[in-house]
Design a protein around this ligand. Structure first.
Ligand code: HEC
Length: 117
């Protein structure tokens, strides 16, 4: 009984960390080729891209985006928020929960939140 409680408490405490780690893994799998390993928009693809990927470490640009907008553009792609089609939609690849965690992960890259720092 006591052990179970300790286990559940540890689980509850570690879930946010696990979600963040999973989001970082997804970022490294799906996003870095354009947005770069450091998230600074300098991925290996960019030489041939007519529209350059967002620098996710740019606090000024990223704080102009609400979490809902980040969710939408990741899920439905650049066109959904009148941005470039070169930003692909990820709704078939990532679950809604994974996309929400991804948006939070982007907040750690820009060290910013919506509406300021
Ligand atoms: C094939 C290249 C490519 C890949 C892969 C890619 N992106 Fe993008 N992304 C772009 C481009 C290009 C833009 C800029 C679009 C524009 O400015 O019109 C962009 C813009 C964005 C934006 C910012 C929109 C804004 O201006 O507010 C977010 C957030 C974003 N991408 C998240 C992601 C995430 C998360 C992944 C991985 C799941 C990802 N991108 C994968 C190319 C890519």
């Amino acid at each position: 009984m006591g052990n179970k409680l300790i286990f559940l408490t540890l689980l509850a405490l570690s879930l946010p960390a696990l979600a963040k780690e999973a989001a970082r893994d997804n970022y490294r799998t799906y996003c870095v080729q354009c947005h770069g390993m450091a998230g600074n928009g300098k991925g290996v693809n960019i030489r041939d891209m007519s529209v350059q990927p967002r620098d996710h470490t740019d606090a000024k640009a990223m704080s102009a985006r609400s979490d809902d907008t980040l969710f939408k553009v990741i899920k439905e792609g650049g066109l959904s928020i009148d941005k470039s089609v070169l930003m692909p939609p990820w709704g078939d690849t990532l679950s809604d929960d994974e996309i929400r965690d991804m948006a939070q992960y982007l907040r750690t890259l820009c060290k910013c939140k919506f509406g300021g720092n």
